[in-house]
Design a protein around this ligand. Structure first.
Ligand code: ZN
Length: 679
């Protein structure tokens, strides 16, 4: 094989990938796959072995070629790579949408589902076929020719509108800045933020300090700025982005775009036979119907509200005690007084804990946690080709020293690397056409602060939670025992259950014994002392009620919007939001607040009628963890049950059935309320 991008070995050879060879490689594979597909569809009748197995093999070939490219694009971007990536994306989209519109392919798969063979297939194979047929239907395969044209047209419009929505938010954010020349006005702002703001000003040839609406700049101002009028000013600019209110008046307004998006989503859902877009969204999720989601969210409101009411009273009394002339706590005061109250109550900052968490201690400690829980061993291999000198590579073995999978860890922030932390698939576990097993491989990516000189990197406790979270996703991907890619690991797991294993593993970050395993002070070598541990625990539940209500406000607004939206009525987005706040919020935002106009998760991302998923999965993860609290935090028997019923099970069975198999009953919400401090 002369083009190294087409390498189909067990691991990608990153050092041999050249951007110039990507597009030709992809075109060649797509061409091969198209030829293979038409050859397959020319057979007189269809079976798992003569259709589905070769289809999965075609997917795997493409995935093995593309996953390292997509990964490099997010962590080692260069101009050439970005160009190659952007040329390839439309080719892939076209290939996939042609597949999903292929009526002949749909009929062929359906004929297998209706044949006597189907009853002889195991559960995993049956689930693969059912999911395929469902996805074909959701892509409009059963529509009349004229409806199909309309469906495609609506999808195109929706994609353009979402892009415009996101661009407006970005443009409105970029268009606003605050230029200050008198340092006295900036009392309270941390030194580091002032430095960045002064650099920003210099870049524009100005003296003084320049602040923007970017995340770090905005949060530093709203949290620390003593000058209340300035705080109000920046708050107003932030919550009116992309609307007709505030300083952005008449520029980048998203209101008509949001109306159009909701209208199109409803029409798409109706075309496919769903009453609302929320019903359409739930067709691929664990929750059964809109009523179940809304009941779940509203119950949480009832549980959290008394706590939030007490917290806001405490905050208000505290604010008045340190600012005697303050008559009313406003929206732009909350973050400021919250920070002050936190300092007073707990005297604990993230930086106090950092010297206790050197990266090697955290990683090795985390590996021994999962070894004790699931009986697996993690072994580093040094001689593997990667994309950067900081990247490490590990093998996961079971207790018989049999390989279960592999993962790469790329820990530190650097230029040209996308922000945030995530797990991605490099290879998916499956049985290949030659009957050999392909082991799963994962990419675990974080953006921790780079180590300085010859010292190791040190993590904050937040960072520690992040790596446990992402490692939970990794284990879900790597420990699966399912042999067919579409339901192997996280594949085929409904969106509202995907965060279950990752949130689950985070719980160990709050356990004393685990903290002992993963901490070691840089000077003394001592693990985290009990006094700091107690402070960490005490601060964990600070303003838990207010935090919960905020998440619920977003989730209920998102969900009700996609249940109730009626294109014949005007001003519904605002009226639904007002009504949600009336029932949920303990802080009434000012009338100019247009938070919804920059709510990108639901208008430009994949969370429409799905924002509730975070909380939904948290019920599962908390209740699962509570069994460990009952039976011992490192109880190997409970660990084995979690391994079998959850981590190994992939997407073959309904998540509720898996949960019940593990827990012996349906999930209760009590554990979540206890873990977040709402009891
Ligand atoms: Zn996650």
């Amino acid at each position: 094989m002369d083009n190294p991008v087409l390498n189909q070995g067990p691991l990608p050879i990153f050092s041999s990938i050249l951007p110039i060879e990507i597009e030709p490689a992809l075109k060649k594979l797509i061409e091969q796959n198209r030829a293979e597909l038409s050859h397959l569809l020319n057979q007189p009748s269809f079976t798992w072995d003569n259709l589905i197995a070769p289809l999965l093999a075609m997917d795997n070939t493409l995935n093995k070629m593309w996953s390292p490219i997509a990964h490099l694009h997010s962590i080692m971007e260069s101009e050439d790579l970005r160009a190659a990536y952007n040329t390839c994306l439309p080719l892939l989209t076209e290939y996939h949408s042609d597949l999903m519109q292929n009526t002949k392919l749909y009929e062929a798969i359906k004929s297998i589902a209706e044949s006597p063979e189907y009853q002889t297939l195991d559960d995993a194979k049956q689930k693969v076929i059912q999911n395929e047929l469902r996805d074909f239907r959701l892509a409009g395969v059963n529509l009349s020719e004229s409806d199909k044209i309309r469906f495609t047209e609506l999808q195109k419009q929706l994609s353009t509108l979402s892009t415009t929505f996101a661009e407006h938010v970005l443009d409105a954010t970029d268009a606003w800045s605050l230029h200050i020349t008198d340092l006295a006005q900036l009392k309270g702002i941390p030194e580091q933020t002032l430095q960045i703001a002064s650099d920003q000003a210099k870049k524009q040839g100005k003296s003084g300090w320049l602040f923007t609406l970017d995340h770090p700049s905005y949060y530093a101002l709203i949290k620390y700025l003593e000058n209340r009028e300035l705080r109000q000013c920046i708050y107003e600019a932030h919550v009116t982005r992309a609307s007709l209110e505030g300083p952005h008046k008449n520029r980048f307004d998203n209101t008509p775009i949001m109306e159009s998006i909701l209208k199109i989503r409803l029409e798409l859902a109706n075309l496919l036979g769903f009453k609302t877009f929320a019903d359409y969204s739930l067709a691929t999720k664990m929750a059964r119907d809109p009523e179940e989601v809304l009941t779940f969210l509203n119950d949480l409101v009832v549980q959290s509200k008394p706590f939030a009411e007490r917290e806001i009273q405490e905050l208000s009394a505290f604010a008045k005690s340190i600012t005697p002339h303050l008559t009313q706590l406003e929206a732009w005061d909350i973050a400021y007084y919250t920070e002050k109250l936190r300092e007073k109550k707990y005297a604990l900052s993230e930086e106090n804990l950092r010297p206790y968490f050197p990266i090697h201690k955290v990683l090795n400690g985390m590996f021994s946690v999962v070894q004790r829980l699931f009986g697996i061993h993690i072994i580093e291999h040094a001689d593997v080709d990667t994309w950067h000198k900081d990247v490490k590579f590990f093998e996961v073995q079971d207790h018989h020293q049999k390989t279960r999978g592999f993962f790469y860890i790329d820990l530190y922030a650097r230029p040209h690397k996308r922000d945030g932390a995530w797990m991605d698939e490099c290879r998916i576990r499956q049985i290949l056409l030659d009957k050999n097993l392909q082991h799963p491989v994962a990419f675990l990516t974080c953006n921790f602060t780079q180590p300085v000189l010859d010292k190791p990197a040190f993590l904050t406790h937040d960072d520690v939670q992040t790596i446990f979270h992402e490692f939970g996703h990794c284990l879900h991907h790597l420990l699966t025992k399912v042999d067919y890619a579409p339901v192997s690991g996280m594949n085929g797991v409904p969106w509202d259950a995907v965060e279950f294993p990752s949130q689950f593993l985070e719980h160990w970050c709050w356990d004393k014994e685990t903290l002992f395993l993963i901490s070691e002070h840089e000077m003394t070598g001592e693990p985290l002392p009990d006094s700091l541990y107690q402070k960490l625990l005490a601060a964990r539940h600070f303003q838990a009620g207010m935090h919960m209500l905020r998440q619920l406000e977003f989730a209920i607004f998102d969900f009700r919007l996609h249940v109730e939206f009626d294109p014949k009525k005007e001003g519904q987005i605002q009226s639904i939001l007002d009504d949600v706040r009336q029932n949920v919020a303990v802080i009434t935002p000012p009338s100019f607040n247009r938070f919804q106009n920059s709510f990108s998760h639901i208008f430009a991302g994949g969370y429409a009628a799905g924002y509730y998923s975070y909380k939904w999965a948290e019920v599962l993860s908390s209740d699962a963890f509570s069994l460990f609290e009952e039976e011992g935090i490192f109880n190997a028997k409970t660990g084995k049950a979690f391994l079998q019923h959850i981590l190994e099970a992939g997407g073959v069975y309904h998540p509720m059935d898996l949960f019940v198999a593990f827990r012996g009953r349906k999930p209760h919400i009590d554990a979540l309320l206890r873990h977040v401090g709402l009891v």
